[in-house]
Write a protein that binds this ligand. Structure first.
Ligand SMILES: [Zn+2]
Length: 232
């Protein structure tokens, strides 16, 4: 990976060519504080890197404003479905173990070697996310009488969900940190795309049929969505 150095900061840079981009797009990834540079076709890498360098002050401010990361580690607190849970590492010989990871009131317990704690929690959250979103999607899909082909979870950063023409719904597994009303909105949104592949009036009337309020979760995602990326 390339990196950009200025003022004593050394930042990783990820380059991507996007044929439909009409200008250079510069982003600071809240998850790893890397710089994402999207290049339109025909723009040279050196030119894009120079552009990023000219925005050094802006990049620095963005990085300083990033919320601190919360690793999946003993004693740290992470939200699951919007409720805070403190991670407790239980060691190898835990008699009350219920699987590798399990919930207790206000806590998330994990057994095994210390080195495996982050991975075990991430795996558990992903499975939980997939099962939860799939169950919800099937309920909503039944209401609009459209079949869901498959539900998958990914680690997407720029979109929370998507709907493919074959009826496959994809979601960011990190939504499992969000409150239920936010998850329901994202799932209802993608299920509504099974009927309407656009964001027109008919689309929104379907969303509003599936959930009570589509405004509050959208505001939440706009204001708080970025915080979902700081865990793990
Ligand atoms: Zn949409």
């Amino acid at each position: 990976m390339r990196s950009l150095r200025f003022d004593g900061l050394e930042l990783p840079v990820r380059l991507k060519v996007h044929p439909r981009a009409c200008r250079i797009v510069l982003r600071v990834d809240p998850q790893d504080a890397a710089i994402d540079l999207v290049l339109p076709r025909g723009v040279r890498v050196a030119e894009a890197v120079e552009f990023a360098r000219s925005k050094g002050e802006w990049i620095r401010r963005r990085i300083e404003a990033l919320p601190p990361r919360v690793p999946f580690a003993d004693g740290r607190t992470i939200p699951v479905l919007g409720y805070d849970r403190r991670i407790r590492h239980r060691g190898l010989r835990c008699r009350e173990a219920r699987g590798a990871v399990w919930m207790e009131p206000g806590e998330l317990h994990v057994v095994g070697e210390q080195a495996h704690v982050p991975r075990r929690i991430a795996d558990w959250l992903k499975i939980r996310a997939r099962d939860d979103f799939a169950r919800r999607a099937r309920q909503f899909a039944e209401e609009v009488a459209r079949p869901v082909k498959r539900v998958v979870v990914r680690d997407t950063k720029s979109r929370w969900g998507s709907c493919a023409v074959d009826g496959t719904l994809s979601f960011s597994w990190r939504l499992i940190h969000a409150p239920r009303f936010v998850i329901d909105y994202v799932v209802a949104h993608e299920v509504a795309h099974l009927c309407e592949m656009n964001h027109g009036r008919r689309f929104w009337s379907i969303v509003d049929r599936l959930i009570d309020d589509s405004i509050r979760p959208r505001v939440w995602l706009r204001d708080e969505g970025g915080t979902l990326l700081r865990y793990g």
